[in-house]
Ligand binder design. Structure first.
Ligand code: GLU
Length: 473
């Protein structure tokens, strides 16, 4: 029987959720979903000094926003397993697979200096591997406190078939008996990652290629503990246009993209395309991606983050989503701008308002700006520009002519009836469309920046439209 696929995202709350982290989470999520598996979350908070509650919250908010929370809903903290980690250290000590090392800082320093002089690889030389009980006691009597080191095979090579990078081989002499528990009694990073991944039943470790150097160490932990190895997949970094990702490239916090008005759907689509492709498709829904994603098809070379491309995706998704979906994202921005929704306005937005403006928008604030007039009711505080339109010779009369005709229409007035009315009026008066359109737009919305008059009248309906025009008159 094959094991159920389990992946995990393991962010450290020493920083926020950045673009690279979000893509790692996304790949783990997609791979698990594509294989009918689970995608778990582990907050790696063992660096207590640099981990903050605020970062944890930002990571959670960022993942929630992207829809990349764990499939089992559990937010596991690595520090919750401290006792289990300590017991594992003890087990390895008892089995002689790990040992106490009392080498002092100064002695380590001298050892490294000597290695450097001889042109040797800098590594712990295993000098305390086989201390007798008497020797250990003597060190303790000196007041030394031991760290615990894992015995690492010196001969041969360690290798694994990386699902992204292919076979990676590391000569064991470049590794050494690394520390698995510090003198303060806390187990170290590479040790606990391996334990936790095993305990959580992780079958595929998908992470950034900055962790390649950690993998051989973690493999030695698996081996010492007698655990089966997972499959490792190291995904190449995302670079900025000028090399490293900079703050401007969203290197620090994905929530900045939320604030800037990007849709999570667009960011996910853009991120999945950084390293993965599905034929020549660009717009790929999460649903479609979860059917087809394969970590084995992820590119080996680094990708470059391109803000312009991301904006293109965002504009695509603004067109793609329906009014109701867009409204759920827009509510946050309306609140931010102090615009309060009520049932009437909600009705305007859902029954044509959003659709009338969405094709021109790149980001959500563009939509907010274009929809703002729906939140205002007459009497309007007209600005100079609008006043001058309403005061244009004959324009008030044109509005009155429009009202007269609209009032005579039986039933509802829609886009087409508005066109018909204005065409008739143009014919009768010899005036142009804009001589009716401009004052109508101002009278109906209080602004000149609004969609076509036909759309507006259709959204407001006949009675409200007439009421608004009369108010302006
Ligand atoms: N906590 C590590 C990081 O934030 C990830 C560890 C892992 O994925 O194995 O870079």
């Amino acid at each position: 029987m094959t094991k159920m696929v389990k992946t995990r995202f393991a962010p450290s709350p020493t920083g926020m959720l950045h673009i690279g982290g979000a893509r790692t989470a996304l790949f783990n999520y997609l791979f698990a979903k594509a294989n009918g598996g689970e995608y778990l979350l582990r907050i790696e908070d063992t660096d207590q000094e640099r981990s903050t509650e605020e970062n944890k919250e930002i990571i959670r908010e960022g993942l929630d926003w992207l829809g990349l929370g764990p499939t089992d809903g559990k937010w596991v903290l690595q520090t919750d397993s401290l006792e289990r980690h300590k017991q594992a250290v003890q087990k390895l000590l008892d089995e002689g697979k790990a040992y106490e090392c009392f080498t002092s800082k100064e002695e380590l320093e001298a050892m490294r200096e000597a290695q450097k002089e001889k042109g040797e690889t800098i590594r712990y030389d295993g000098r305390h591997r086989n201390l007798t009980e008497e020797q250990k006691q003597a060190f303790r009597d000196e007041g030394r406190v031991a760290v615990i080191r894992l015995k690492v095979e010196e001969e041969g090579t360690t290798s694994w078939d990386d699902a992204v990078q292919g076979t990676i081989k590391v000569p064991n002499y470049t590794l050494d008996d690394f520390i698995i528990m510090r003198a303060d009694g806390y187990p170290t990073y590479n040790f606990v990652v391996a334990l936790d991944d095993h305990d959580m039943g992780i079958t595929h470790v998908i992470r950034g290629d900055d962790h390649i150097n950690n993998t051989p160490k973690q493999m030695f932990v698996y081996q010492a503990m007698g655990y089966e190895l997972p499959i490792f997949a190291h995904v190449p970094m995302i670079h900025g246009k000028n090399g490293k990702m900079s703050k401007r490239d969203g290197a620090t916090n994905v929530l900045e993209y939320k604030e800037a008005g990007f849709l999570p759907e667009a960011l996910n689509n853009y991120l999945m395309r950084l390293g993965w492709s599905l034929g020549d498709e660009e717009v790929i829904s999460m649903e479609r991606a979860t059917e087809h994603f394969d970590i084995n098809n992820v590119n080996k070379s680094a990708s470059v983050f391109d803000q312009v491309k991301l904006e293109w995706f965002n504009a695509q998704y603004i067109r793609e989503l329906n009014a109701e979906q867009l409204l759920t994202h827009l509510e946050y921005f309306f609140t931010k701008e102090g615009l309060t929704l009520n049932d009437t306005i909600r009705g305007y937005l859902l029954n044509g308002g959003i659709n009338a403006v969405k094709n021109k928008a790149k980001k959500l604030p563009d939509l907010v700006k274009a929809l703002e007039f729906f939140f205002k009711a007459p009497p309007f505080n007209f600005e100079e520009k609008e006043v001058s339109i309403l005061e244009t010779d004959g324009y008030k009369n044109n509005l009155q002519l429009f009202v007269n005709k609209a009032q005579n229409i039986e039933g509802t007035v829609n886009h087409d009836t508005v066109s018909e009315i204005v065409s008739e009026l143009c014919e009768e008066t010899g005036l142009k469309f804009k001589d009716f359109g401009m004052p109508l737009r101002v009278a109906l919305t209080g602004t000149t920046q609004a969609p076509g008059v036909g759309d507006i009248v259709e959204i407001f309906g006949k009675d409200e439209s007439i009421k608004r025009i009369q108010s302006a008159l």
